[in-house]
Design a protein around this ligand. Structure first.
Ligand SMILES: Cc1cc2nc3c(=O)[nH]c(=O)nc-3n(C[C@H](O)[C@H](O)[C@H](O)COP(=O)(O)OP(=O)(O)OC[C@H]3O[C@@H](n4cnc5c(N)ncnc54)[C@H](O)[C@@H]3O)c2cc1C
Length: 340
């Protein structure tokens, strides 16, 4: 890794200007590890958090005008932050308004996904119960089209409001189709200057008791797989679409591996002996080959080494590229290489 350049000269001045905004927390040189579930990562020059979309938009403008880099995070449950941290401003919008109007639900990006699932289930609004137990915020869930058990958040999205940084932070609204949702993907992954503010959801009528029971069942299964204290990011790699696999690989799959047109990355990883592999304090779970956790003192360097090693072994054996579901922060130009 290249040495970290010094903090920009104007970082202190920007910090002071951000501190003058209403309802904000501004922390210079804030370690990002505590803001991530992996508990890994060095400091951001500035960490900025607010529950006010107006203050957030002002902050973004200030940061851009000052020419500093910025990154937006949610709950930090899908992030790998570099040991060197992030050279620039890490922004978090924790606006948490959540309202229901009949079958419509309006939810701001800072609401926890689980809080949204509970809110809808309690009101007998069906459609999000299988997302129980996915950590993180609604903003992060929309960004990565989070999902589980054959369903993802896109199915419920009517529209998304976002700040368009390319158009002077204009607030725009996209329909579900315009969000270009795909498996663990959305247009927001391509447009890093677009900040998700809120979503409007379209729910179905359900039975509150049944929905709560379904949620509880799923949560108990998930808690076994991902104990709440586990420092991880869930699945490291996306699953693979069967139709996109090279024909010989698809033909060699044993029966029962394909689930709803996808092949779990875990299957390929198991074949190369990933379960239980270690690097420093990072370890691949011995019961799930697509799950890496931090035993306590793990570093991003070791984590990235392990991920690259797994990718290389799968590529050599099967000729396929695993693609990360996790998102990198602070790796700059290298990140695009890592994602390949
Ligand atoms: C134990 C565990 C289990 C998991 N299980 C699942 C699962 O079953 N299914 C699943 O889909 N995921 C799963 N995940 C991954 C993760 O929880 C989801 O990806 C989640 O939606 C990320 O939300 P977050 O708020 O934590 O986002 P973060 O990790 O903070 O950020 C993820 C990405 O979203 C972007 N982002 C966040 N907020 C915004 C915003 N407002 N506007 C624009 N971009 C934004 C960030 O820039 C970043 O690139 C799991 C993770 C863990 C730790």
């Amino acid at each position: 890794m290249s040495p970290v350049p010094p903090a920009p000269d104007n970082a202190l001045e920007v910090c002071e200007r951000l501190s003058k905004l209403t309802g904000v927390t501004v922390l210079p040189n804030e370690p990002l590890a505590p803001h991530t579930r992996f508990a890994i990562g060095g400091p951001a020059d500035i960490f900025f958090e607010t529950a006010s979309p107006e203050s957030f938009a002002e902050a973004l403008k200030t940061v851009r005008e000052a020419g500093l880099n910025s990154v937006v995070i949610g709950g930090g449950s899908n992030l790998i932050v570099a040991d060197e941290g992030f050279r620039g401003v890490c922004l978090k919008l924790s606006s948490r308004r959540l309202r229901a109007f009949g079958l419509r639900v309006e939810v701001e990006c800072g609401v926890g996904l689980q809080a949204l699932v509970n809110f809808t289930a309690q009101r007998g609004l069906k459609g999000l119960e299988t997302l129980t137990g996915i950590p993180g915020s609604v903003g992060g869930a929309v960004y990565g089209n989070a999902g589980a058990y054959g369903h993802s958040i896109q199915e419920r999205i009517l529209s998304v409001h976002f700040l368009d940084g390319e158009k002077g932070d204009e607030v725009r609204e996209f329909s579900r189709a315009e969000c270009e949702f795909r498996y663990r993907d959305s247009i927001f992954k391509k447009k890093k200057d677009w900040i998700i503010l809120s979503a409007t959801l379209d729910m179905e009528t359900g039975n509150a008791v049944t929905l709560r029971e379904t949620s509880a069942r799923i949560l108990s299964t998930r808690t076994r797989k991902y104990p709440p204290s586990m420092r991880c990011a869930g699945s490291i790699f996306k699953n693979l679409i069967l139709a996109e696999l090279p024909r010989p690989v698809a033909a060699s799959l044993p029966p029962g591996v394909v689930i709803e047109g996808k092949v779990p990355s875990a299957w390929f990883l198991e074949q190369i002996g990933a379960k239980g592999m270690k690097r420093g304090d990072l370890e691949v779970a011995d019961y799930h080959a697509n799950l890496i956790f931090n035993n306590g003192e793990g570093t991003a360097k070791d984590l990235v080494f392990l991920i690259r090693d797994l990718k290389r072994r799968v590529a050599m054996r099967f000729g396929i590229d695993l693609e990360e579901e996790v998102q990198y922060v602070g790796f700059d130009a290298e990140a695009s290489q890592l994602q390949k």
